[in-house]
Ligand binder design. Structure first.
Ligand code: FES
Length: 502
């Protein structure tokens, strides 16, 4: 199954594979929202741009998001104030509010409505637990201080869910992120930008400004932008981030007459994100949650079953019609890393946490302003070169202790098995066979696929993800399909094909 956003139909345009050699001013790796929005601004400014996408436009996290757009952040502004201060919160809100306005302007320019609607956002409490009430009040106070139009409502009605208390923030928005991606791609093409699909990048030579794909095609550019959700290859930033997966479902409402949630709803005590989406007059309930670290806590179908159960317990819904998953990178100091990297001609955008739809537009503005030599719009707040040990040391230490633990212990806990018939159809396992380790998957048709389980990024061992049928690396979030091909994350190379001698 795929994300509910695909109801809008297939991509209106497809783009060629990169071949031969191409010279441009700016090479952008990644055809999601960050890459396409950056490309559009640069094309408008007269730059020659090439966007190089490993799969298809919008097929990564951009098309697997919630479609929620907001000036606040999903983990709460109070957390940022605790680590930084109210002034930083104010800057974050100002940048995100401006980005939301920019997205609305783009939607109008693209002449497609992309299901864009201004809607309120609700932080919700369903239980009587005091702790959540205090969290809500603190969040209210920080939000108002940052200039957001917020109020607390007790026992609200008409929202389609039974809620005890709600912090409501006006004038946020929702859209279909995939439709928006498609619209941006068309606009980039219209403005003379080049877009290439099915062109995975295998190497970037920053000094030469040379980007080479797995097929050996080359783009030469003065500036290179990594719009890949996390930088490809080895980067210090990967040591600063934790990687999570989150899951989503959508189900059609049986009755279209009743109340259903119009707006963004986040339940603080259940950690669910709820919204509705309408397609050809049929409303759907969308529930996102079940967040867990990538490569850990895999419940397989259980993630989707829990979300479906939540939807059924609050709404009169039919069977789940869509389900999907997406990845998040959370920085240690709670702000994303956006802008010029350690190499002056290379730019990165990462650490968006669950708030990437708006951060992607902020990143597009920050990076394009830097490339064009315009005034810095973030005042260095998101600078990837920043050093904030007081704010990030604890999270940094925890993340890197985990990586060290995976590197040192995962190899010694692999199950031994010489009889591969015990791997069932649809199942994946890392197994020790005759002294070597293998990532073993049996397809529903019974075909066995065996790979090296060693992640080519920095040699951690991959884990099976039965919810998404992929091999996921617990260290920095590289993911591979059952053939070993890179789905996402920092790894450039696929998992090595390896067959056991039985
Ligand atoms: Fe870094 Fe696998 S993603 S070792």
């Amino acid at each position: 199954m795929s994300a509910v956003w695909n109801l809008a139909g297939p991509a209106p345009a497809t783009f060629p594979r990169l071949e031969g050699s191409t010279d441009v001013d700016v090479a952008i790796i990644g055809g999601g929202l960050t890459g396409l929005a950056t490309a559009l601004i640069l094309c408008d400014a007269g730059e020659r741009v090439a966007v190089i996408e490993s799969h298809t436009v919008g097929s990564g996290s951009s098309g697997g998001s919630t479609g929620n757009l907001y000036s606040t952040v999903s983990n709460g502004l109070a957390g940022i104030r605790k680590k930084w201060d109210q002034d930083t919160v104010n800057k974050v809100v100002a940048l995100r509010r401006q980005a939301l306005d920019d997205i609305q302007r783009n939607v109008e320019r693209l002449a497609g409505h992309c299901h864009f609607e201004r809607r309120p956002l609700h932080f919700c409490i369903q239980s009587n637990v005091d702790h959540y009430g205090k969290t809500l009040e603190e969040e209210y106070e920080v939000s108002v201080a940052a200039g957001l139009q917020a109020e607390i409502v007790d026992r609200p009605h008409g929202l389609g869910m039974s809620l005890r208390r709600v912090l409501r923030i006006e004038n946020q928005a929702q859209y279909n992120p995939l439709e928006y991606c498609y619209g941006l791609a068309k606009a980039v093409q219209h403005e003379g930008g080049l877009i290439f699909e099915h062109s995975p990048v295998a190497e970037v030579d920053a000094a030469e400004g040379k980007v080479t794909t797995a097929d050996g095609a080359v783009v030469r550019a003065g500036q290179v932008v990594f719009a890949t959700h996390t930088p490809k290859g080895i980067s210090m930033l990967q040591a600063e981030m934790e990687v999570y997966r989150e899951h989503g479902i959508a189900a059609p409402l049986n009755s279209t007459d009743g109340e259903f949630p119009r707006g963004i709803f986040w339940t603080l005590d259940g950690f669910h994100s709820v919204r509705s989406y309408e397609h050809e007059g049929q409303p759907y309930i969308v529930v996102v949650g079940q967040k867990h670290e990538t490569g850990h806590g895999d419940l397989g179908e259980g993630h989707f079953e829990e979300l479906g159960e939540f939807a059924r317990s609050h709404f009169d819904v039919a069977a789940v019609s869509h389900r999907w998953s997406a990845q998040q990178y959370q920085s240690a100091d709670l702000l994303p890393y956006v802008g010029r990297s350690a190499h002056d001609n290379v730019y990165v955008a990462t650490g968006y946490s669950a708030d990437g739809l708006v951060w992607s537009e902020v990143a597009a503005q920050v990076i394009s302003h830097q490339i064009l030599g315009r005034k810095d719009i973030d005042g260095g707040l998101l600078n990837p070169r920043r050093f904030t040990p007081g704010k990030s040391a604890k999270a940094w230490l925890e993340a890197n202790t985990k990586v060290a633990k995976h590197l040192s212990t995962d190899r010694f806990t692999v199950e031994k098995m010489d009889d591969l018939h015990r791997v069932e159809a649809g199942e994946g396992k890392v197994l020790k066979i005759g002294g070597d380790s293998y990532a073993v998957y049996r397809s529903p048709e019974g075909e066995l696929k065996t790979l090296s389980p060693i992640c080519p990024h920095m040699k951690c061992m991959v884990h099976w993800n039965s919810a998404d049928k992929s091999w996921d690396c617990p260290c920095h979030g590289s993911r591979f399909d059952v053939e070993g091909e890179v789905l996402e994350g920092p790894a450039y190379k696929p998992l090595e094909k390896r067959s056991p001698k039985l």
